[in-house]
Every structure is written in structure tokens, then in C-alpha cells.
Design a binder for this molecule. Structure first.
Ligand code: NAP
Length: 303
């Protein structure tokens, strides 16, 4: 079976792409600026800017993948607010092209969406709750969802929240916390923004299960609800780092933010828990895996 993964160089894609290859799939991974450094036998890497929709459509028509996992996005929330044209071309137009060509070659599509399609006024959102994005990133991702949902394709829409882990070209919040604390620097973390931190390794495993099961519709795949301060403490504790350097902050101090952020975009994951074997919701397992990965990257023995 052939799987096309967009965003194979991102925080999620850098875990998902080699995992699918290890499971014996024939994988084509699209990156744009950052060529992945993971060793991935069985992965054909293609450098392609997905805003070049002619090239993107040509590739899909040539490769004829059985499955498309669309994980590429312009994920910089403030960047999307600043450059709406870029956000639209990457998050909406490229999705439109993928849907169009997936219909021609009859692929099953997994669209990676986000908790930011919700306004954050409620929290613990279930799949059927009404989306109401409060920033441009969330709006473009919701339109992407609607393009997929409105097609006649066999599809699954996966919504994670606050992805963390190692891999990709950007530092995730967890990596930033660890690096600052290791330098004995303070980290400010929000006590009034609630998310469902999702470890990229477990998210990738859950998506690999979805490839096999092909459930139609929306699935929330995320960790448990917590504020960013609680999450920072969890990471610090797991890695034996000084907890007193984690300082409380509130959203109103974030004066440099351009885009509004939801106050509580946490996700209810009951539906996916019933369907999947992967323990994507188990924060202790996730943090332990993150810790082992961090130590092995530094060449330290894992306890
Ligand atoms: N990160 C989070 O906290 C979070 C939370 C909820 C949902 N999500 C969703 O999860 C998915 C994966 O996110 P992530 O954190 O892995 O993202 P990420 O680390 O920011 O990576 C983005 C990926 O998209 C690719 N990309 C961006 N613009 C492109 C273009 N013009 N042409 C081709 N590829 C392009 C990047 O390729 P290059 O780096 O090579 O340019 C990279 O592989 C996204 O759909 C995102 O909306 C993320």
C-alpha cells in the first residue's frame, strides 16, 4: 500500500513518516524547506512547495497513493494573522488540490486538523461541537476540514492539540521548557490557557492505526486537559529539573501575540479511546517516552 504524507519534516510528520515505513508501507513524503534527517528506508522524499498546486496535483496523479495523510500546514498562529494570503494558499488552496486529485485516484484521505477550530469558551470539546475559530489559522484549518468533509472521499479528520515531542524543524513547547531549565533559566507558563498536550510519538501511532481501520468522520486524538503551567511542571518533574524555575503567567501578559488564542481548547477523546488501542491519552506514558527520547538524544542512559 502506498501512503503520501505531506509535512513529513514537521513535528508530527517526522515521527509518522518513518513509523509508516517501518510498518512496511511504501511512503512518499513531501517536505518544503527542511529536508528530514531521519533515516527512513522505504520513504521517497520529495521537495515540493504545496502552494505550487500544479506540481502537487501532478505528483498525486503520478504516485496514485492509496492513502494521503495531509499534515502540512502553515502552523505559525501569529504568522497566519500577519500573512493571510500565505495562510490561505498553504492551508486552504493546497488542501483543495489534494481533495481534487484524491478524488481522481480514489485515495483515502486523513486530514490533520486542530483544536484551534474552537473558540475556547467551553473546553472538553467533543467531535460534534460547533467550531467557531477566533483566529485566521483556525479559520483556514476549519475550511480545510470542510473541503475534505464536503467531498465524496473516504476520509478521517484527526484533531490533535498542542503537539509536543522531538523532531521537526521547530522546537515544541516541551523542548523549549527543558532547554531553558537545563540552563537554569526561568520559564513562564500560562495558568489560564487550557489545552490537551499531545505527544507526537503516540499521535503518530494512533494515525497508523487509523490507516488500517479507516473510520469515517472526525476523531479527537489528544492528551488530557491541563493548563500550560501544569504541563511545564510535569515535564520538569519527569526530567528532574528545578520546578521553582517554572513561573506562573497569564494570557493578558502575552502582549506580543498578534492572534487571539482560545482560553480552553481541550478535547474530549472518548470516541477515539473506544476505537483505538494506542494509549495516546496516557500522559504519564507520553512524558516517559519524551524523557527517554530526550536522554537518548543526549547520549545519556535511559533509567
Ligand atoms: N503543532 C501543534 O501544536 C498542532 C496542534 C494541533 C494541530 N496541529 C496540526 O497538525 C499538523 C502537523 O503540525 P506540526 O506541528 O507537525 O507542524 P510543523 O512542525 O509546523 O510542520 C509543518 C509542516 O508543513 C510543511 N509545510 C509548510 N508549508 C509548506 C509548503 N508551502 N509546502 C510544503 N510543505 C509545507 C513543513 O515543511 P518544511 O518544514 O519542510 O517547510 C512541515 O513539514 C498540522 O496540520 C497542524 O495544523 C498542530
Amino acid at each position: 500500500m502506498k501512503i503520501l504524507v505531506t509535512g513529513c519534516s514537521g513535528l508530527l510528520g517526522s515521527k509518522l513518516t518513518p513509523l509508516l515505513a517501518r510498518r512496511g508501507y511504501n511512503v512518499v513524503g513531501i517536505y518544503n524547506v527542511h529536508r528530514p534527517s531521519y533515516s527512513a528506508d522505504g520513504v521517497k522524499l520529495v521537495k515540493l512547495d504545496i502552494t505550487n498546486t500544479v506540481a502537487l496535483e501532478d505528483l498525486v496523479l503520478k504516485e496514485k497513493p492509496d492513502v494521503i495523510i495531509h499534515a502540512a500546514a502553515y502552523t505559525d498562529v501569529d504568522g497566519c494573522e500577519r500573512d493571510k494570503n500565505r495562510a490561505w494558499r498553504i492551508n486552504v488552496e493546497a488542501t483543495k488540490s489534494l481533495v481534487r486529485t484524491a478524488r481522481v485516484v480514489k485515495s483515502y484521505i486523513i486530514y490533520i486538523s486542530t483544536d484551534y477550530i474552537f473558540d475556547g469558551s467551553k473546553g472538553d470539546y467533543i467531535e460534534g461541537d460547533t467550531p467557531c475559530p477566533i483566529n485566521y489559522y483556525g479559520l483556514t484549518k476549519l475550511i480545510g476540514e470542510e473541503l475534505v468533509r464536503g467531498s465524496d472521499l473516504l476520509h478521517t479528520i484527526v484533531r490533535p492539540s498542542a503537539i509536543y515531542g522531538l523532531g521537526g524543524s521547530k522546537k515544541s513547547f516541551a523542548e523549549y521548557i527543558v532547554e531553558k531549565l537545563m540552563r537554569n533559566e526561568c520559564v513562564k507558563a500560562l495558568t489560564d490557557q487550557y489545552v490537551s498536550p499531545t505527544y507526537n510519538g503516540l499521535l503518530a501511532k494512533a494515525i497508523a492505526e487509523i490507516v488500517e481501520l479507516r473510520p469515517m468522520g472526525v476523531l479527537h486524538i489528544a492528551g488530557p486537559r491541563m493548563n500550560r503551567y501544569e504541563f511545564a511542571l510535569k515535564i520538569a518533574k519527569a526530567l528532574d529539573l528545578p520546578l521553582e524555575l517554572v513561573k506562573e503567567a497569564s494570557m493578558k501578559e502575552m502582549t506580543h501575540w498578534i492572534a487571539c488564542r482560545p482560553r480552553d481548547s481541550s478535547l474530549d477523546t472518548s470516541k477515539a479511546k473506544q476505537l483505538l488501542k494506542t494509549r495516546f491519552y496516557d500522559v504519564d506514558l507520553a512524558v516517559d517516552l519524551f524523557k527517554k527520547e530526550w536522554l537518548s538524544r543526549r547520549g545519556e542512559p535511559c533509567p
